[in-house]
Design a protein around this ligand. Structure first.
Ligand SMILES: Cc1cc2nc3c(=O)[nH]c(=O)nc-3n(C[C@H](O)[C@H](O)[C@H](O)COP(=O)(O)OP(=O)(O)OC[C@H]3O[C@@H](n4cnc5c(N)ncnc54)[C@H](O)[C@@H]3O)c2cc1C
Length: 510
C-alpha cells in the first residue's frame, strides 16, 4: 500500500491552499479531485478579501493574483432601464501602513485556483484529477486508510492525516458522522452561470433587484469575455421555477431589465440556494474538515472561498509541525480557532443578505450593502485561543496575543528599511523585538533558535502595533500574534516555543 503524510480530498481553493502550505514545508502530500478536468466556473468572482490577499502575499502568488483582477469595479443598480445608483465599494479604503490591502479584489475563482495550481506545481505537486475518495478507515492509531477510485480501478492509500476539503456535500464529513446543522431556503434560489452578454459594456457589475420582476445581476469576469449571471428563475407553465438554461436566463433578463440585452453561449449553469449550515466539529482523530465541507452560507458578503483559504492557512503549519515532531495537541487548536470563525462567517453572511434584501424593499443600493469593514476579515482574531499568550501588563493598549500581526515598513537596528510582511513571509515563526531594549532577549532566543524561527530587531515601534514600550512580539507562521512579552522576557518566548514544539527549544542561557 502506498503511503503519504497528508491526503487532501478536494482541490478547490481550500485544498489547494493547504497543499501549498504543506508542500512548501516539504511535507509529502497528495491532493486529489474526483472531477475529470479543472472547472472553469467563475463561482466566487466578487472576490478575494484583504486578509486572503495577505495569505497570498505569504504564499508567493500575490503578483499573479493582483495582475488578474480589479479593485475598482462600479456597482450599478438599475430599476428596469433606469440607472438609480452607482457606487464603487471601498473606494475610501486607502491602504495603510498596517493594512496594505483594504479593498475587495474581483476576479473569477477559477483563475485563483489556476494560480494556486501553478504555484503548487513549482513544488512538484500536481492535482490528481479523476481520483475520488470513496471511503476511509481509522483503524490504526496513527494512520488513515483511504480508498480512491480512478478510471484504472481502486487504490488503497495509507496517510498520517486526511483532510476533507471536498465541498458542501463532503463525503468526509458524512462518513465521520459529523452533523451539518442549519437551514436551506429552497424558495430563494437563483440560476447562476457564466455566459456571453451583448448589449452592455463590461465596465460594471449591473444589478436589478426587484421584488416583483426578480433579481438579475451581471458581473463581467476580469481577464475574460464572459460574465457571471445570477437571476431569479422564471416559472414554467405549471408555476415551477425553470431549470438553468440560456432560455430561462434570457426570460429573466427581459423581464427584470426591459433592455436589449442578449444572453448566449453559457459555459457553466447551476442553481444556487441559500444554505446556512456548519459542522459541529472540524476533527475526528486524524481526519479534518476545512472550507465548504465545514461551513456553507449565502454568497453575499463574499466570504466562502476566503474562509476556506484561511481554514487551510490555519491548519497547514500545524499539521507540518506535528509531522515534524511538535506536540500533537497543537492540532486541537485548529478546531478551537476556526469553529468560532465559521460561526462568525455564517452570522455575517446572513446579516449581509439581510442588508441587501432591505435595499430591495425600497432602497437604491445593491450587493455593496452586504460588504462592510468586517467582511474584509482583517479584524478576525484568536485572542481567546489557548495558543495566545499575553505577558504584558493590563495597561498596555497595543496589539494583543491572538491579533493579526500588522504590516509596516520600518527601520531595523542597523538602520535598514524592512517590510514586516517580508520578514514574516515563509513557513517560520518570527520574533520581533520592538526597540533596543529587546536586543539581549532576541540574542538569547536566537541562541536556542530552531530552524523555524526568525528574529528581527527593530529600531522603532510602528504605529500599527500601538506599543507604548519596548516589547517582544512572537508572530506565528500564519501571521497571527502568538505571544506578547516585555522586552527582556526571553524565557517567555522560549517557554512558548518549547511547549509547542515539544521541548526541542533549549532554555535561555543566563
Ligand atoms: C455564484 C457563487 C458566487 C460566489 N461568490 C463568492 C465570493 O464572492 N467570495 C467567496 O469567498 N466565495 C464565493 N462563493 C463561494 C465559493 O465558491 C465556495 O465557498 C468555495 O468554492 C469553497 O471552496 P472549497 O475548496 O472549500 O470547496 P469547493 O470549491 O467546493 O471544492 C471542493 C472540491 O472537492 C472535490 N470533491 C468532492 N468530493 C470529492 C471526493 N469524494 N473525492 C475527491 N474530490 C472530491 C470537488 O470536485 C471540488 O473540486 C460563491 C459561490 C457561488 C456558487
Amino acid at each position: 500500500m502506498d503511503s503519504v503524510s497528508v491526503l487532501i480530498s478536494g482541490a478547490g481553493p481550500t485544498g489547494l491552499t493547504l497543499g501549498l502550505e504543506l508542500a512548501r514545508r516539504g511535507v509529502a502530500v497528495r491532493i486529489i479531485d474526483k472531477e475529470e478536468s479543472f472547472t472553469t466556473a467563475s463561482r466566487g468572482k466578487a472576490g478575494i478579501q484583504p486578509r486572503t490577499l495577505e495569505v497570498f502575499y505569504d504564499l508567493g502568488v500575490i503578483d499573479r493574483v493582483l495582475a488578474s483582477g480589479t479593485q475598482r469595479l462600479p456597482f450599478r443598480r438599475y430599476r428596469r432601464d433606469r440607472l438609480i445608483n452607482e457606487t464603487i465599494p471601498y473606494l475610501d479604503n486607502a491602504p495603510t501602513q498596517g493594512e496594505p490591502f483594504r479593498r475587495l479584489h474581483f476576479m473569477p475563482q477559477s483563475r485563483v485556483e489556476e494560480i494556486l495550481r501553478e504555484r503548487l506545481a513549482e513544488y512538484g505537486v500536481a492535482v490528481e484529477l479523476g481520483t475520488e475518495l470513496v471511503e476511509f478507515e481509522q483503524t490504526d492509531v496513527d494512520r488513515v486508510t483511504a480508498t480512491l477510485a480512478t478510471a484504472q480501478g481502486t487504490e488503497q492509500l495509507s496517510a498520517a492525516y486526511l483532510v476533507g476539503s471536498d465541498g458542501g456535500r463532503s463525503l468526509v464529513r458524512k462518513q465521520l458522522g459529523i452533523s451539518f446543522e442549519g437551514f436551506t431556503e429552497e424558495e430563494k434560489q437563483l440560476i447562476v452561470g457564466d455566459v456571453q452578454i451583448d448589449g452592455l459594456a463590461p465596465d460594471a457589475w449591473y444589478q436589478w433587484l426587484d421584488l416583483d420582476l426578480g433579481v438579475v445581476m451581471l458581473c463581467p469576469l476580469s481577464g475574460t469575455r464572459s460574465w457571471q449571471i445570477q437571476a431569479t428563475p422564471p416559472v414554467d407553465a405549471d408555476g415551477r421555477p425553470m431549470e438553468p438554461s440560456v432560455q430561462a436566463l434570457q426570460r429573466a433578463v427581459d423581464r427584470a431589465t426591459g433592455m436589449p440585452i442578449r444572453v448566449h453561449d453559457a459555459t457553466w449553469l447551476s442553481t444556487s440556494r441559500i444554505n446556512v449550515r456548519m459542522a459541529d466539529r472540524l476533527r475526528v482523530g486524524r481526519v479534518f474538515l476545512a472550507g465548504d465541507a465545514a461551513h456553507v452560507h449565502p454568497v453575499l458578503g463574499a466570504l466562502g472561498a476566503n474562509t476556506g483559504v484561511q481554514d487551510a492557512y490555519n491548519l497547514g503549519w500545524k499539521l507540518a509541525l506535528v509531522l515534524a515532531g511538535a506536540v500533537p495537541e497543537l492540532l486541537d487548536t485548529y478546531q478551537e480557532e476556526r469553529l468560532p470563525v465559521a460561526r462568525w462567517t455564517l452570522d455575517t453572511s446572513v446579516a449581509s443578505t439581510r442588508a441587501v434584501f432591505e435595499e430591495m424593499t425600497g432602497g437604491i443600493g445593491g450587493a455593496e450593502a452586504g460588504l462592510t469593514q468586517e467582511t474584509l476579515q482583517l479584524g478576525l482574531e484568536y485572542r481567546a485561543s489557548s495558543l495566545s499568550r499575553a505577558m504584558l501588563g493590563e495597561t498596555d493598549t497595543g496589539v494583543q496575543a491572538g491579533d493579526r500581526a500588522p504590516d509596516s515598513v520600518c527601520l531595523d537596528m542597523a538602520g535598514q528599511l524592512v517590510r514586516l510582511f517580508d520578514v514574516f513571509r515563509g513557513p517560520h515563526f518570527t520574533l520581533l523585538g520592538f526597540g533596543a531594549g529587546c536586543e539581549t532577549a532576541l540574542r538569547e532566543v536566537a541562541a536556542g533558535t530552531p530552524d523555524d524561527l526568525r528574529t528581527c530587531l527593530l529600531g522603532e515601534r510602528p504605529a500599527a502595533y500601538g506599543l507604548g514600550a519596548d516589547t517582544l512580539v512572537l508572530v506565528r507562521p500564519d501571521g497571527y500574534i502568538g505571544l506578547t512579552a516585555p522586552s527582556g522576557d526571553s524565557a517567555a518566548v522560549l517557554g512558548y516555543l518549547g511547549s509547542l514544539l515539544g521541548g526541542t527549544v533549549p532554555a535561555a542561557t543566563a
